[in-house]
Write a protein of this length. Structure first.
Length: 247
């Protein structure tokens, strides 16, 4: 996704910004091929009732409100209800960050400034000094979002958030009792495994293996089959903890 232009609306102050996604997709992309001839598979939109392949102009969207009963919408009707994708980032309030549960966060973007801006620098400094998070509303690709703006390492970080009705938190796990010895051993194991968070050391092992396999396939080399490691299972919690510490 290329950098896009928008505007932060802060009271009567308008701050031009550019935004770009923080995360990029690192997955290896595969195409679907016909096994016999290795040609790309094409998808056709087919109407089972009329027994015919449809063109894009033949298709409308419908909502099934009862079994096999639909209300339909044209592209024009749907477009009329969409929020302008070039709309502002309109701030509605400021809150403490610790009031926001981590599961609300969805996608993050860096909001930069296309040129030197006193208003941008002022807003950034206010976020930094107050340690507040701005709650705002905006639209991305015609979809409406609430989002959070915060100071992060000299930038404004914008994170879209999920709506309350999208959140599904299960009931807390049923608590059971444990012995002091089990607790002490668990604490020792946590201490033994404690370190600092260094994202650079966490690599996508699966994607690395995929890329190696692609190179082997291109060179005509065979792939080696991995033998899954058997995990030792111990029913006694104390023994499991002690063996983990020894490992």
């Amino acid at each position: 996704m290329a950098k896009l232009n928008s505007t932060i609306s802060f009271g009567l102050v308008n701050i031009p910004v550019t935004y770009s996604p923080v995360i990029k997709n690192n997955d290896t992309s595969f195409n679907q091929l016909h096994k016999k001839c290795l040609h790309r598979v094409k998808y056709q939109k087919y109407c089972e009732h009329c027994k015919k392949v449809l063109k894009e102009t033949d298709i409308i969207k419908g909502f099934e409100y009862e079994k096999d009963e639909y209300v339909t919408f044209t592209k024009e009707e749907l477009a009329n209800m969409q929020i302008d994708a070039k709309g502002n980032i309109e701030i509605i309030s400021f809150v403490n960050e610790n009031e926001i549960a981590p599961y609300y966060y969805e996608k993050s973007y860096i909001l930069g400034t296309p040129k030197k801006s006193k208003a941008y620098s002022l807003f950034l400094e206010v976020l930094k000094k107050t340690k507040k998070v701005a709650v705002a509303k905006t639209a991305l690709s015609s979809k409406f979002y609430y989002c959070l703006l915060k100071f992060y390492e000299g930038n404004i970080l914008m994170s879209t958030i999920y709506f309350e009705e999208e959140i599904n938190i299960p009931e807390p796990a049923i608590k059971t009792t444990f012995t002091k010895k089990e607790y002490d051993l668990a604490l020792q194991l946590v201490t033994q495994l404690s370190s600092h968070f260094e994202p650079s050391i966490y690599e996508d092992d699966y994607q690395i293996e995929i890329k190696k396999a692609i190179d082997k396939k291109i060179d005509g080399r065979p792939l080696t089959k991995k033998t899954p490691k058997k995990k030792e299972s111990m029913k006694d919690l104390v023994s499991s903890l002690q063996k983990s510490l020894g490992a």
